[in-house]
Design a protein around this ligand. Structure first.
Ligand code: PEP
Ligand code: MN
Length: 366
């Protein structure tokens, strides 16, 4: 895949190098003037500088509260005037952008459902040409890195310079602890693909339950998150949306006071890590050589299968390979799912190589 190059400037208020992570907090939805001002006043008293509140809410089911809409923008304006906080809200299309800019919203965010839609993201990007405002882009609701990258490319292509990402978890079907699975490797890969991009975490939507928000927030900081985007409501039980995951201002205070922040490694830290890193690198080199050897052996097996007119896939053999390797991994205390997924990938690559060899032999002679 190609490495995307985006000129990114740090968002002034999101600049977190060796500083505390940026904190953005506020209710899921702006519900009333009183609720918004009450929440903002309490958060401002805790030293929080950026207030979030959804004005237009993208609800999965139409029967759910869809937000107050434009009238709520003036409450956010009042928050700015009364507390001095910067305010941010979600925009999903050009008319939202226009109304938000007119109301003096400081930072825009693009929601998870919108990031999945290239048309919507392009429309937002086009509406922001020649306008200098920070934009936070939530990950798409499905676990697809390219859609997330594509949103940054569209915005950067329209000249939006102050960009940051918000990791809010990914939709998955079935039983789960979290409301949205974190899949930490996706924001990690996003950071690798867009160096310098600030990546924040929204533990509220990942957790889906207020008692888990702190745990996820700490995990995010352990994963080098640049900041946290957290839902706080003066009275979560009465919230019109996402009531199970919103914290009270007091719970939020407790959470922020208990978070362990990490520092960037200094020369001494790097020196301590160095020998272990060298050891890991040597092991990784050996692993790579062993993988090449393994694939070569599979290639030879493939030639034999073809000569003997056998199918590439031998399901019985595949099943016993996985079972045996899980048992082998067990001896070393390796996680079963880890071993399974590694050997699924290795086997898939072997089969893919064998299939290619079968097909080459079938190609007509030139
Ligand atoms: C939100 O932050 O309130 C929201 C709707 O988020 P998401 O787009 O992540 O669901
Ligand atoms: Mn919400």
């Amino acid at each position: 895949m190609t490495q995307i190059q985006i000129e990114l400037e740090n968002i002034e208020k999101l600049q977190t190098h060796n500083k505390k992570p940026v904190l953005i907090a506020g209710p899921c939805s702006a519900e009333s003037r009183e609720q918004v001002l009450d929440c903002a006043t309490q958060l401002s008293a805790q030293g929080i500088g950026i207030f979030r509140a959804g004005v237009w809410k993208p609800r999965t089911r139409p029967s759910c509260f869809g937000g107050v809409g434009e009238p709520a923008l003036k409450w956010l304006k009042e928050v700015k005037e009364k507390t001095g906080m910067a305010v941010t809200t979600e925009v999903a299309h050009a008319r939202h952008v226009e109304a938000a800019l007119e109301a003096g919203i400081d930072i825009l965010w693009i929601g998870a459902r919108t990031t999945t839609s290239p048309f919507a993201v392009q429309e937002i990007a086009d509406s922001l040409r020649n306008i200098d405002i920070p934009v936070l882009v939530k990950n798409p609701i499905n676990a697809e890195l390219d859609l997330w990258l594509g949103a940054f490319e569209r915005l950067a292509g329209a000249g939006v310079k102050r960009l940051a990402a918000i990791h809010r978890g990914f939709s998955s079907y079935g039983e789960r602890i979290y409301r949205y699975a974190p899949h930490w490797q996706i924001p990690v890969e996003l950071r690798r693909r867009i160096p310098g991009l600030p990546v924040l975490c929204d533990p509220s939507h990942i957790a889906g339950r207020s008692d888990l928000v702190g745990l996820v927030a700490q995990m995010a900081l352990d994963m080098k998150s640049d900041g946290l985007f957290i839902e706080v409501h003066p009275n979560p039980e009465k919230a019109l949306s996402d009531k199970a995951q919103q914290l009270t201002p007091a719970e939020f205070k407790q959470l922020t006071e208990s978070l362990v922040c990490h520092k960037d490694p200094d020369d001494e830290d790097l020196a301590v890590l160095q020998p272990y890193r060298e050891q890991i690198e040597a092991i990784d080199r050996k692993l790579t050589a062993t993988l090449a050897e393994r694939l070569e052996a599979a290639r030879l097996t493939g030639d034999l299968k073809r000569l003997r007119n056998l199918t590439v896939l031998q399901p019985g053999h595949y099943r016993s390979l996985i079972d045996e390797m899980i048992a082998e991994g067990c001896k070393y205390g390796l996680d079963e799912e880890f071993v399974r997924s590694i050997f699924e990938i290795i086997h898939a690559e072997s089969i893919h190589n064998q299939l290619e060899a079968y097909n080459k032999k079938r190609e007509p002679e030139a």
